[in-house]
Design a binder for this molecule. Structure first.
Ligand SMILES: [Zn+2]
Length: 107
């Protein structure tokens, strides 16, 4: 069980209590707990976004490289898009995923 300190008497109380059992003072929401929760959520968001970018890069590459021949896309894709944008998008997504995982591991 997570413990925290009472803001009024300084005794250690369970983190989920919103009233101190010793001095009966209402406890303010713990900023530390909230902070770690938000950064954990941010890490998860980063990871999901990174995975999305990697998926997007894969999809663009798949179509642009002509693997989906029967499903030809109406717009002509510049070769530069395939050779620069896709690896860039993929690496960006990979970086974002790793960044998210690091954020998650830290919190
Ligand atoms: Zn107290």
């Amino acid at each position: 069980m997570q413990m925290r300190q009472c803001a009024f008497c300084g005794k250690r109380i369970a983190a989920h209590l919103n009233q101190c059992p010793f001095c009966r003072e209402m406890q303010p929401l713990q900023p530390q707990v909230r902070l770690s929760r938000t950064s954990g959520g941010a890490g998860g968001r980063q990871t999901r976004r990174g995975l999305l970018y990697m998926l997007l890069a894969g999809v663009i590459y798949y179509f642009a490289a002509g693997y989906a021949k029967p499903l030809e896309i109406p717009v002509a894709i510049q070769p530069a898009v395939v050779s620069y944008l896709c690896p860039l998008l993929f690496l960006g997504g990979l970086g974002l995923t790793l960044y998210g995982l690091i954020l998650k591991a830290k919190s």
